[in-house]
Design a protein around this ligand. Sequence first.
Ligand code: F6R
Length: 613
Amino acid sequence: MCGIVGYVGHRQAQDVVVEGLRRLEYRGYDSAGIALVDAGTIASDKRAGKLANLEAAIAAEPLPPSTTGIGHTRWATHGAPTDRNAHPHLGQKARVALVHNGIVENYLTLREELERAGHELDSETDTAVAAHVLEQELLECDDLAEAMRRTCRRLEGAFTLVAVDAHDPTTVVAARRNSPLVVGLGEGENFLGSDVAAFIEHTREALELGQDQVVAITADDVVVTDFDGSPATGTRYHVDWDLSAARKDGFDWFMRKEIFEQPRALADALLGRHDGKGQLQLDEVRLSEDDLRTIDKIVVIGCGTANYAGLVAKYAIEHWTRIPCEVELAHEFRYRDPILTRNTLVVAISQSGETADTLMAIRYARRQRAKVLAICNTNGSTIPRESDAVIYTHAGPEIGVASTKGFLTQLVACYLLGLYLAQVRGTKFGDEIAAVVAELDKMPAHVQTLLDRAEEVYALARQHADTRSVLFLGRHAGFPVALEGALKLKELAYIHAEGFAAGELKHGPIALIEEGLPVFCVMPPRGRDQLHDKMASAVQEVRARGARTYALVEEGDDAAAYADEVIRLPKVPTLLQPIVATVPLQLFACELATVMGHDVDQPRNLAKSVTVE
Ligand code: F6R
């Protein structure tokens, strides 16, 4: 959601900025713009629509050469996605250009103040207001970093701001509060980006900024302060992935590439997390074993797909640890006065580590003295930094907007957490834990088996190009898989899709069944309980009413007896089945969206990182 790039150095800033914006396209946007500092003036252009529109505009009317610039991809919040509302915004005298990610909550008050002082704002956005305030401050102090600090003290809300001053071509200044920003450290050049993808082509050395900090970059220097001007330091780190991770490598979509990366991602998520004999070692969990033994309740929070990972976690964690575990949508959590104590462990799941709803929820939880553990994929992001402990999922960068390897590795992290708690608290014997760990170790191979048969699922998807509605049914740990299968179809194919717990059918949803309606059924493995047979009855009930049923079943299940079509899954324990059962549903959604002609990597209206509440 909004991409930001800043550059100062020895290259043509236009090239660096446009390339950086291209690498941030995956975050989701609806307009793009650039500003360069040129001999005492600002040269800028901005266009609604895709980056290609901006590129065409600057090809037709080139901007002057410059080695200092900023750029932005905007996901509209205040004001429609038009050329005028796109960033950068200039101040009243066009001395500053500013780009912004976030929401300035007091912009109406500030706008009134500015208008009373004679300012004319040419856009209805909160960012235009911030640009005018920044320039007002700059005209008083003649120092962009100081003007930025003064501006930040006047703004309320969440923001990353990046600005240039027409009178100082050597510097780009940025600030962050509750919105992402990283510094890329080069040789004789420095970068700013919403995330490292913006500059990974040029450097893998990065500086993570803290909350409420201002940074001024020149070609050779990076100066960080807090909003009051006191010196501050960021945290330096090396980015452990390279440009190849941000390329499609022959796949038509990043999403498809990421689905096929899942065997490796799962292996990486497991790497080093156990000693080979089933003893877990989660060194990054910075909570003491004593702390973990005193936990009497777990609350898992997340949004969208991350929330579904949390639903799976509940089944596993409660079963292995006997600790009561609740799962809650992060945006609902803090508004209902949840009961939290110092013995509550809040597990925040977020691929990006920047989801504003989840971030606000963990801040609330910590204020209530609960302990917070993040399950996150993105190094240097805000949620792990603000948590007491973290389990990184090591999926590598996820560029497709729809989460795939992010989800599967979140599941692994949840399982590891549950098993670790069971080990520390002694609720499972060592050999029981070792047996589950051994099954987890087989997951990369199982997923590879499913990917080798992708063509079967693609063929099925191609038959559904005219389908307008699909249902997904599951039970137990298969229920969140049904929800995830439905979400993937909604967001990629834009068709109506719902996931239901199969037991709920007769309480209402069965009324939706009509002739030919496709219903995907995630069948529980045959076990000691009767779940499988109960689910098979539900499949027959919808089939009897005309639905076309597609059963995802473990090898050996005689599903042809009760379903129209069968998708075979490797035989795995019930609690781990979501890892394998999700894969065909990802493939189905990706292929169906492709045949329907949709942009799979950047579905309409969606952003990869949802950085506003
Ligand atoms: C769906 C999807 C979203 C995210 C959600 C949370 O495919 O990607 O539902 O799961 O926006 O994002 P993170 O995990 O970054 O907090």
